[in-house]
Write a protein that binds this ligand. Structure first.
Ligand SMILES: [Zn+2]
Length: 210
């Protein structure tokens, strides 16, 4: 019920965002207008999910010289963190976890956290790497690929209901904004040899694309 309501709200707000998104991502051809996706209005997404903007969680600054401009997104890949979650929902605690993920990726030579969005146990959606930049989350398959990571290890534990509901919402919204076809929703294991996003989440990802 909640999902239907929020989806309907999103559709009313969605047209403006859709136009902005189309303007922002149409950059692949030589004649493409250069418009940084940093300017993409994520307002429609914020109306759809409990979105925490990057500016609000104050992550380590991206090393933009290491990042590659994104093309037009046409697929989406779901991950788990692969680390056991203690289920903490306190915002400050979650922020600390996400900052560590971001710092860890930068220490491995990435320009920024590899995922575009992170979903916590409470169902908050945290903006990660700017949509202006290609993600770093699926080896050899990052091009035009949005990355969403859920905190937890879903080989070992089950995702919280609020977390799964948030994944559904953010997937629906991103599919609408970027016009991503349903069958282009993947789990990491579909694209690389990996257990990610874990056996207790993967079945749900299959449901999302069928
Ligand atoms: Zn993964």
């Amino acid at each position: 019920m909640y999902r239907m309501h929020t989806r309907r709200q999103f559709m009313w707000k969605g047209l403006g965002a859709l136009a902005l998104a189309a303007a922002g991502v149409r950059r692949a051809g030589a004649a493409a207008v250069k418009r940084p996706l940093d300017g993409l209005d994520l307002g429609a997404l914020a109306g759809c999910v409990d979105l925490v903007r990057r500016s609000a969680w104050d992550g380590p600054p991206p090393k933009t010289w290491l990042l590659r401009e994104a093309g037009q997104y046409d697929r989406l890949t779901v991950h788990h963190q692969g680390e056991w979650s203690n289920g903490a929902t306190d915002r400050n605690a979650v922020e600390g976890v996400i900052r560590n993920v971001c710092a860890g990726h930068q220490a491995r030579g990435y320009g920024d956290v590899g995922y575009h969005f992170v979903v916590d146990t409470a169902g908050r959606v945290w903006e990660g790497r700017s949509l202006a930049y290609e993600g770093a989350h699926v080896s050899g398959e990052n091009e035009r690929n949005l990355g969403i990571m859920l905190l937890g290890n879903f080989e070992e534990q089950r995702p919280a209901a609020a977390q799964v509901q948030a994944l559904d919402l953010v997937t629906d919204c991103l599919r609408e904004i970027f016009m991503i076809k349903r069958h282009r929703v993947y789990g990491h294991r579909d694209l690389n040899p990996s257990a990610c996003p874990g056996r207790n989440l993967y079945g749900h990802v299959v449901d999302l694309r069928t």
